[in-house]
Design a protein around this ligand. Structure first.
Ligand SMILES: *Cc1c(COP(=O)(O)O)cnc(C)c1O
Length: 401
């Protein structure tokens, strides 16, 4: 007979003494100095560090333009504005994402349409997207879920066939490549988030990259009230040097020089952060593969992943309890597991708009069965080992005889 350890949730000793969160930023002295230098300088905002950061990002993803903005949600909102999305339009996206990927469509008065995911990659299923296209469809917002790129060639081909704009939500995928090309250089517009759990951080922050000058101008205007001083864009020509015009209803979505200085410093470490994530994932794969009842993330041939999230599925029929009990038992062992994501249309706000459960069965199944394991660059091999030990302890306890 196998002895079962007493679970921490039943009063046993937890696998870890300290709590391991699911994600965390990495800030070092160099980052702190970069921020302090800005605080001592002339420009806290609307200064040259914003432009410098944008150039570094564009250079990194090989896009023509980059626009830094207050957060990843504002990046999506600005992209929807630049794409001309308005009331009466439909925009197709995935339900397996953070609500912001769909909220940005609602901000513009348009309607988000949810297409189901591929049960293997967890990314939008391109055939499911095509089935949702109508006369009203204006754009597609695919999400590079967990850091693995959606099949962009197929998405772009579909977009071309129906005259749609592709706004790629790459909040998880800074540093990811698709068929050897960096995400951020491929879609009409690509948005990134610089929230502390993402690959690099500015506290709050976001970026949109594009190769299109018209989108670029629209994005910059939207970030600052819809106002421009660019002589080429002004309606009235030949005015004085003080002159500016508000050409659209924009917002104050500006990012600060303080944040961009942090972003520049962080960007210098991005490749090492990603490498660390990939090493930790390799260790997870190796240690978890032999555990019965766990389904590991699938890696598609056309994309590498910068691994924002490490999500496993549980074969729940093998256990005496559900995902909730397993989740809570792991938390009690001091393992900061999480769940990504509640399908967007499950939220009461979307339910009240008329979206019905059952809409995207693959996304719903993933939601029912999955847990996200801790993954961030400051983790050490021992932390992964603790997670694996806790998973073995909890799953063996609840395994059906
Ligand atoms: C984090 C995230 C966002 C929003 O970014 P914020 O910077 O938090 O506003 C949007 N989409 C996805 C998929 C995200 O993970």
């Amino acid at each position: 007979m196998i002895m079962k350890d007493i679970l921490a949730i039943h009063g046993g000793k937890p696998v870890r003494e300290t709590y391991l969160p699911y994600g965390r930023q990495w800030i070092d002295e160099e980052d702190i100095k970069a921020v302090v230098d800005i605080l001592k300088g002339d420009y806290l905002t609307t200064g040259p560090t914003i432009k410098a950061f944008e150039e570094r990002i564009a250079d990194y993803v090989h896009s023509k333009y980059a626009v830094a903005i207050s957060n990843g949600t504002a990046a999506l909102h600005a992209a929807c504005f630049a794409a001309g999305i308005k009331e009466g339009d439909e925009v197709i996206t995935t339900p397996m994402t953070f609500a912001a990927s769909a909220n940005c469509v609602l901000y513009q008065g348009a309607t988000p349409i949810f297409a189901d995911i591929d049960p293997k990659t967890y990314n939008l299923n391109v055939e499911a997207v095509e089935r949702k296209i109508t006369e009203k469809t204006k754009a597609i917002i695919p999400v590079d879920f967990t850091g693995q790129a959606v099949d962009l060639d197929k998405i772009l081909k579909l977009a071309e066939k129906y005259g749609l704009i592709v706004i790629e939500d790459a909040a998880h995928a800074l540093g990811t490549s698709y068929k050897g090309k960096k995400v951020g250089s491929i879609s009409d517009m690509t948005t990134f988030s610089l929230h502390p759990v993402k690959h690099i951080t500015t506290g709050e922050g976001g970026v949109i990259t594009t190769n299109d000058e018209t989108f670029y101008n629209q994005l910059r205007m939207f970030r600052t009230h819809g106002i421009t001083r660019d002589a080429r864009l002004l309606e009235l020509k030949g005015q004085g040097a003080w002159y500016y015009e508000q050409l659209a209803l924009g917002y104050n979505y500006r990012i600060t020089d303080i944040q961009c200085a942090l972003g520049m410093s962080q960007l210098g470490k991005l490749e090492s952060f990603i490498q660390k994530r990939r090493d930790l994932v390799k260790q997870y794969h190796g240690s978890l593969a032999s555990i019965d009842g766990i389904i590991l993330p699938y890696e598609s041939a056309f994309s590498d992943s910068s691994w924002h999230l490490y999500i496993v599925q549980l074969a729940l029929e093998k256990f005496t309890v559900g995902r909730k009990e397993i989740f809570e038992a792991l938390q009690a062992e001091n393992i900061g597991v999480n769940v990504h994501y509640i399908p967007v249309y499950y939220h009461p706000y979307y339910q009240q708009l008329g979206y019905k459960k059952g809409l995207c069965p693959n996304a719903e199944t993933l939601y029912e069965n999955s847990i996200t394991l801790p993954l961030f660059p400051m983790m050490e091999a021992q932390d992964v080992e603790d997670v694996v030990t806790a998973i073995k302890k909890v799953l063996n306890y609840y395994r059906k005889a």
